[in-house]
Design a protein around this ligand. Structure first.
Ligand code: SF4
Length: 102
């Protein structure tokens, strides 16, 4: 018996689709993707790679909606999310550069 999409999306299936096996009733493009780190991109190049995977995904809009409802981070539905909100660019990690006192 096929499960409904809402039931599947209530599971952790989509959240970690690229890492764990997922139900067969839906197909998400990131499942088993060889370079899953791009979904937590460290630079714009990684973001573009993740977005290319999402572009052909069957559950793209549901994935994006789920990310907003869960205050997620990373790439969801082809959109970069931080704290449940879309952001434009990958922010550099680490400490900000020191500035010298004038
Ligand atoms: S839209 Fe992207 S992150 Fe979401 S399930 Fe599809 S491929 Fe994975």
């Amino acid at each position: 018996m096929e499960r409904k999409i809402d039931e599947l999306l209530d599971s952790k299936g989509v959240t970690v689709a690229y890492r764990y096996p997922t139900p067969r009733a839906l197909t998400w493009s990131c499942e088993g993707y060889a370079n899953p780190d791009v979904f937590d991109p460290i630079d714009q190049k990684a973001l573009v790679e993740a977005q290319a995977v999402c572009a052909g995904c069957d559950v793209r809009s549901d994935c994006f909606a789920l990310s907003l409802s869960r205050d997620e981070w990373g790439v969801w539905g082809g959109v970069l999310i931080k704290g449940g909100k879309p952001i434009e660019k990958v922010k550099k990690r680490g400490r900000p550069k020191r500035t010298t006192a004038a």
